[in-house]
Design a protein around this ligand. Structure first.
Ligand SMILES: [Mn+2]
Length: 315
């Protein structure tokens, strides 16, 4: 696929809800890549609903403007580019303005059936979307600089839990970029460091207190918390769970976050995509990290379905 031919004059570049460092770094990298490939094109960078606190730091550091999706008039754009997300997770009010064939997807999450009808670059082996963008820079022979290389590394580090889920490729790319751009790894780490707020630490402790054992082999823990569900899920893994499920009640939905450690054989992303298909809601992710939003009217049924699948497929 030659990216050059894909852009139109006005391009809307959107990333997922609760945008993380990989999502924001990838947006900035994509804009740089696109404007180098095709001069005079316009790209509007945009996020869905909210941005995570550490990712906001990247926006300030790079002096970038990224708008909220509700501030966007989709009529102005002929092309939608989804970064670190797929159409099934895009807000309907934006999606309704585009045919699937007018959408370009760049992502490393499990392929959703709707995505097959789009133009897409999906690489499940890439640990971050910035890794896919790194390869696109190479493929199109666009020269990197210190700032862009740092963004690639930010995504690689954060989406692998600071290298806990890294593979040989991850180290190779990081090493290459550090050397080529004469970057200081400690300085990069420093930019990512964020001490959690007291409220988040209390959420972790509550999630641990409320945890119940769903299965002993592999060890599946389930717990409830109203916010910070993603990091709570991760903390249960650190405590010793092979798989953790966190239920979080939101105003109009129930959000479930699932995590697995690297030795457990399960594809949580696939389970959540199947569940989302069956119960017509939003869900997906990676084999070891996934999220789903269950509508309140189907919550009980969908929840039962998830629990049964996770228990059955976890090895
Ligand atoms: Mn990502």
């Amino acid at each position: 696929m030659n990216l050059k031919n894909i852009f139109s004059k006005n391009n809307l570049v959107l990333t997922h809800a609760n945008a993380d460092i990989d999502a924001i770094s990838s947006l900035i990298l994509f804009k740089e890549l696109a404007t180098k490939l095709k001069k005079n094109i316009k790209l509007e960078l945009c996020y869905t609903q909210s941005i995570k606190k550490p990712a906001k730091k990247i926006i300030i550091l790079y002096k970038t403007t990224i708008k909220k999706h509700s501030e966007i008039d989709s009529n102005k754009f002929q092309k939608l580019i989804l970064i670190d997300m797929q159409p099934n997770n895009a807000p309907a009010e934006i999606l309704s303005h585009f045919k699937l064939s007018e959408i370009l997807v760049i992502d490393h999450h499990q392929l959703h059936p709707d995505t097959k009808k789009t133009k897409h670059i999906i690489d499940l082996k890439a640990v971050s979307t910035t890794e896919i963008l790194y390869r696109l820079f190479k493929k199109h022979k666009i020269i990197l600089n210190k700032k862009l290389a740092s963004l690639i590394i930010y995504g690689l580090l954060t989406d692998t839990g600071i290298l806990r889920f890294a593979n040989n490729q991850t180290f190779e790319i990081i090493n290459k970029l550090l050397k080529e751009q004469k970057l200081d790894y400690n300085k990069i780490l420093l930019n990512l460091q964020e001490s959690p707020e007291k409220a988040e630490k209390i959420a972790w402790i509550k999630a641990a207190q409320r945890a119940k054992i769903l299965k002993k082999e592999p060890l599946i823990l389930i717990s409830k918390i109203s916010s910070y569900e993603s990091s709570c899920s991760q903390k249960l893994i650190v405590l010793g769970a092979d798989i953790s499920l966190i239920i979080s009640k939101k105003p109009k939905l129930i959000r479930i976050i699932a995590r697995a450690n690297s030795k457990t054989k399960i594809n949580l992303g696939k389970i959540f995509i199947d569940t989302a298909e069956k119960f017509k809601c939003m869900g997906g992710g990676h084999p070891a990290a996934a999220a789903i939003n269950l509508p309140l009217d189907k919550e009980k049924q969908a929840f039962k379905y998830i629990i049964a699948k996770v228990k059955k497929e976890a090895k």
